[in-house]
Design a protein around this ligand. Structure first.
Ligand code: NDP
Ligand code: 8X3
Length: 259
């Protein structure tokens, strides 16, 4: 068997949050591997641009699913109208908002994290897992975080949402016990994407400081791990992958060159 065997060519992969960062990098890598794609995100213009770019280079079919993963009805409508089987679901869409302590954090920030990071994943999994179960085949890959394995000050609700994803991923695997459906999670540390800009509400300087004097992970690093997980032989289920930059040893232990 070749190490390079391609098991995802021709499959349909649904990626949430494909307009930026990790989701966009997964879309590019899976396109290169010949997977057909359903690309989700709220910024439709970005999805259209990505579709054009990928279709120019790869002989694959791409559908756009421009909706908010928090909106269960719109997601359901899309999936009712979409006739292709989803082989791989990558639940990637997510965000952090703010770094306030529990006693003075903003309710709206909390709602957006809980509704996107938890309920968005619940919505998509609930809507897509029945067809996988019916076919007795499929792979659900959730993007968790190191924040789902430990907690840090200022990250209470973000960490809570990612702990929820860890529990949900494990329980989903158990609900599907005895089927051929695989359920996996990837738990990254610091990845330089638009994540910190979103967390600091557009304050680019503050966002840049997160990655100052370290060599952070880049979205491609995580995309390669997602691809590796999806491309394993059908009997192999990678449950979780914790991945840090070398400069990071825990959420709060970050080695900066000038330290
Ligand atoms: P980015 O901000 O670069 O990308 C986030 C993506 O999620 C965008 O495509 C955004 O698209 C999408 N998104 C956000 N809210 C929604 C929504 N309600 N409906 C649909 N799509 C949505 O961040 P990352 O790429 O870094 O984040 C991707 C995932 O990785 C998240 O789950 C994050 O928690 C996780 N993660 C990130 C780490 C990091 O350090 N960057 C580390 C560990 C985990 P749009 O705005 O167009 O809707
Ligand atoms: C994102 C990584 O350390 O900001 O999940 O929580 S961290």
């Amino acid at each position: 068997m070749s190490l390079m065997q391609n098991r995802i060519e021709g499959k349909w992969t649904f990626i949430t949050g494909a307009t930026a960062g990790i989701g966009k990098a997964i879309a590019k890598l899976f396109a290169e591997a010949g997977s057909n794609l359903v690309l989700n995100g709220r910024r439709e213009n970005r999805l259209e641009k990505l579709k054009l770019q990928l279709e120019k280079h790869y002989d694959i079919t791409i559908a756009l699913a421009s909706f908010d993963v928090r909106d269960r009805n719109v997601a359901e409508q899309f999936l009712n109208d979409f006739s292709e089987p989803i082989d791989i679901l990558v639940n990637n869409a997510g965000l952090a908002r703010g770094v306030d302590a529990v006693f003075d954090a903003d309710h709206e920030d909390w709602d957006s994290m809980v509704d996107t990071n938890i309920k968005g994943v619940l919505n998509m999994t609930r809507l897509i897992s029945p067809q996988m179960k019916e076919r007795n085949s499929g792979h659900i890959i959730n993007i968790g975080s190191i924040a789902g394995h430990e907690s840090y000050p200022g990250g209470s609700v973000y960490c809570a949402t990612k702990h929820a994803i860890k529990g949900f991923t494990e329980a989903t695997k158990k609900d599907l016990h005895g089927t051929n459906i695989r359920v996996s999670m990837v738990s990254p540390g610091l990845v330089e994407t638009e994540f910190s800009e979103v967390r600091f509400k557009g304050d680019k300087d503050r966002a840049d400081q997160v990655y100052d004097d370290i060599e952070p992970l880049v979205a491609q690093d995580i995309a390669e791990i997602v691809h590796f997980i999806a491309n394993r032989p059908p009997h192999v289920n990678i449950m979780d992958t914790i991945v840090f930059p070398v400069d990071q040893s825990s959420s709060t232990m970050v080695h900066r060159e000038n330290d």
